[in-house]
Design a protein around this ligand. Structure first.
Ligand SMILES: NC(=O)c1ccc[n+]([C@@H]2O[C@H](COP(=O)([O-])OP(=O)(O)OC[C@H]3O[C@@H](n4cnc5c(N)ncnc54)[C@H](O)[C@@H]3O)[C@@H](O)[C@H]2O)c1
Length: 465
């Protein structure tokens, strides 16, 4: 950890290139922290919405913060890269790095395009800062690209500042991060970043000053660790299923070990979203390119365990339906990859719904926020706009995303809508005892069926996270 100089003499002028989940949040929060911010995107609709005070996606608290930031006069949006190049002294690139269509590698098209668009236009000394999650070595490659394209040559510097925000908590994570990582190649770059983040640094937030490669690696290493922890407990769930052991009791017992801890040790349907799955795949791919594939070969297993949970959830729903899904009405509760988000990228919930549909089940999906995005991806599924409508006449209920609305639903009231009281708790989010007491056939991955489990065991919904 490094002590950095934290003065912010006048409002730093920054641009944020790419105003999706990460960029829009960053633009709003940095303007609230005192920067003059210009948000830039190639998507005109997004820019129109943000300029008018509408967040184009669901993120708790962000709409209010956007209004506050717009009212401060320090936040504007544009699609014009010439304007951006003139405006900013520090440019944050927050564009997407999805998985490539034809391999496990990261698709760096958008990152390359954003850096090239800036580099060819900027005519005053400035810092280009990558925030997108990228394979190790990208920043060095981009440095050469930027120097080749820029009228300023090597005057135009590059830094990497990986982002760790969690959807659902994005505003708080941005304003109060656990740590900041500054990947820099010069004292000047460090001073620029320290000035931009001065209000956060003044709060005593730890800052790691690193080389570019380490900064890139921190992000993929963190995501790999979290994915591994989730898949570890899900691997244990597989063992439990073969032995009659109970994964929730196991997770609880492990969580009291201070060396292990309970966070991310929650069994269930596994991880998804626009980050963890594609980041571990891209990391493994990049490690193989670098000749160190053996070091992270285990990430292939982490990915495979995670995908098996989706298939096994379908198995459990089929079992509960009597062995055949054809014509079975399934209420699929949740579509987003996690609660408090409308993000359906690589969402386990939707993957399960799709597999059920392919086996002939009549699937009705309900998500408090993600129906629109889910419908865009899978228009063939049925969508309900309320929980009762989703439950209506269901043969099996599948809890796939643990929204509070589902956690707090009354099993008695739910029973009035369904055809059969059968529920698969894909997230281990419900109180199993309560559901069983109220006449439901309750199942969860890695939990023995009631007949196999000693009656005195309490398998409630206590979270280990
Ligand atoms: N979403 C998260 O929780 C999160 C957290 C940490 C890191 N990240 C990383 O941040 C990056 C962005 O993720 P996201 O979830 O915000 O993606 P996103 O798809 O929501 O947003 C990307 C935005 O970039 C825009 N864009 C694409 N090309 C552009 C260009 N050349 N110029 C300007 N804008 C362009 C797109 O129109 C889109 O609005 C990824 O690398 C991701 O891995 C995301």
């Amino acid at each position: 950890m490094t002590n950095v100089h934290v003065t912010q003499p006048e409002a730093p002028k920054i641009t944020v290139i790419g105003t999706g989940y990460l960029g829009a949040t960053h633009a709003v929060c940095m303007s609230l922290l005192g920067c003059e911010v210009l948000g830039v995107d190639v998507d005109e609709r997004k820019i129109e919405l943000l300029s008018a005070g509408t967040v184009p996606f669901y993120e708790p608290g962000l709409t209010d913060k956007l209004h506050e930031a717009l009212a401060s006069g320090r936040l504007h949006f544009t699609t014009d890269f010439d304007e951006a190049a003139q405006f900013g002294d520090t440019h944050f690139v927050c564009v997407g790095t999805p998985q490539a269509k034809d391999s496990a590698a990261a698709d760096l098209t958008y990152v390359d395009a954003a850096f090239a668009a800036l580099a060819s236009r900027i005519t005053k000394k400035a810092l280009l800062v990558g925030k997108s999650t990228v394979p190790i070595g990208t920043a060095t490659r981009l440095t050469h690209l930027v120097h080749a394209l820029s009228p300023l040559g090597a005057e135009l510097e590059l830094a990497w500042n990986p982002e760790f925000l969690r959807e659902g908590f994005a505003v708080d994570d941005t304003l109060h991060p656990d740590r900041l990582v500054f990947g820099v190649a010069s004292e000047w770059a460090l001073a620029q970043l320290s000035s931009v983040f001065a209000p956060i640094l003044k709060n005593g937030t730890p800052v790691i000053v690193a080389d570019l490669a380490t900064a890139e690696l921190v992000k993929v290493a963190a995501n790999s660790f979290l994915a591994t922890k989730i898949s570890f407990i899900n691997a244990m769930a597989e063992v439990c299923e073969a032995t009659g052991a109970d994964v929730d009791l196991l997770a609880q017992a492990l969580s009291f070990d201070k060396r292990i801890g309970g966070r991310f040790l929650k069994p269930g349907l596994g991880f998804g979203g626009g980050c963890l799955p594609k980041d571990i795949r891209a990391f493994k791919y990049r490690a193989e390119e670098l000749g160190v594939g053996a070091a992270v070969r285990f990430l292939g297993e982490v990915d495979a365990i995670n995908n098996r949970r989706r298939v096994r959830t379908v198995d459990l729903i089929r079992e509960l339906a009597g062995g055949n899904l054809a014509g079975v009405r399934v209420a699929a509760l949740g579509a987003a990859f996690k609660p408090n988000s409308d993000d359906v990228r690589d969402a386990p919930a939707l993957d399960v719904a799709r597999m059920l549909y392919l086996e002939g089940a009549l699937v009705t999906v309900y998500d408090p926020q993600a129906n629109t995005n889910a419908h865009r991806l899978y228009p063939d599924l049925n969508y309900a706009t309320t929980l009762p409508a989703a439950l209506d006449n269901a043969d099996v209920v599948a809890l796939l995303t643990e929204w509070d609305e589902f956690r707090s639903a009354d099993p008695d009231e739910m029973a009035t809508f369904v055809c059969h009281r059968r529920i698969v708790d894909g997230r281990h989010a419900l109180n199993a005892d309560e559901y069983r007491r109220k006449g439901w056939d309750y199942r969860a991955l890695g939990q023995p069926t009631p007949a196999a489990a000693p009656a005195h065991l309490n398998r409630g919904s206590e979270s280990t996270q």
